[in-house]
Write a protein that binds this ligand. Structure first.
Ligand SMILES: [Zn+2]
Length: 271
């Protein structure tokens, strides 16, 4: 399968009905020529930047506009998996910019029309001057170790049989590390120690920046929050339950590393 980022002067992330349009033959992004016939039907378009001598753009195509049979539309989650080794951040940015523009046409304070400011991703209210930028919501996810077991939990909205790691949004006024301790305490009633930052990943469902950690079990028995958690338990590395369905998630990377017993290099201790 060809990489979706192709070597041409311009590449277009074109979304239609929350799916990304790609060439049918090789899952590549469209170039200028390939997007020319549908460009008149773009509802919005932005330049994302120039990377490796290629200009990248994003656009939204009208929902009813027919597309050529040389193209296909992949749902975002499926499309992102094509970019996992190259261009993932750019694909998330493209999606985020389209949604920022679509969702902030009017001021949420006074209701007046907003206007896009030149050369920046900012929409500003014509009346009260309030600005709106692409939103990023910091979220945490943590792999909790207890000897050769990890804590896995499932929420009622997960697909049948699928378990994941403890995760949640950072509250306003809260530090990231406090958010980890709070989420673990709230969702499964445990105390953790040795919290280590592991890595991060933009996760556009809807607009998260996932901050991933590892930690060791410290104390407590599992007491589930029935509003959040349907089941939780300690699972040995060679006997894990159903895992998250998408290999691109940072949850899977954390779990993979645990399974492979690869320790993070030079982690920053935060607690
Ligand atoms: Zn306003």
């Amino acid at each position: 399968m060809a990489l979706p980022l192709q070597q041409s002067q311009a590449c277009w992330f074109i979304f239609q009905n929350d799916s990304l349009l790609l060439l049918m033959k090789n899952n590549a992004l469209l170039n200028d020529m390939e997007s020319a016939s549908i460009a008149p039907y773009f509802l919005r378009q932005f330049k994302l930047g120039c990377f490796d001598h290629v200009d990248y753009y994003c656009a939204e195509l009208g929902s009813e506009t027919p597309i050529s049979d040389t193209l296909h539309a992949l749902p975002l989650r499926q499309a992102l998996s094509l970019f996992i080794n190259d261009g993932y951040g750019l694909a998330v940015k493209a999606w985020s910019i389209i949604n920022w523009d679509k969702n902030h046409q009017f001021c949420s304070r006074c209701g007046c029309v907003t206007v896009h400011q030149a050369k920046v991703f900012e929409r500003r209210c014509m009346s009260c001057k309030l600005s709106f930028f692409p939103r990023i919501s910091p979220s945490i996810i943590v792999l909790i170790k207890r000897d050769d077991h990890i804590l896995m939990a499932r929420s009622s909205h997960f697909p049948q049989g699928v378990y994941g790691l403890i995760a949640g949004f950072v509250d306003v006024g809260e530090s990231i590390e406090d958010a980890v301790h709070r989420e673990v305490k709230e969702e499964v009633g445990l105390q953790i120690k040795n919290l280590l930052y592991w890595g991060s990943q933009p996760w556009p469902f809807p607009d998260s920046l996932m901050l991933a950690f590892t930690a060791d079990y410290a104390s407590g028995d599992i007491i589930m929050d029935p509003n959040e958690i349907e089941d939780a338990g300690w699972y040995k590395h060679d006997n894990l339950p159903g895992l998250p369905s998408t290999a691109i998630s940072i949850a899977m990377k954390l779990i993979d590393e645990f399974i492979n017993e690869i320790m993070p290099s030079h982690p920053a201790r935060l607690d």
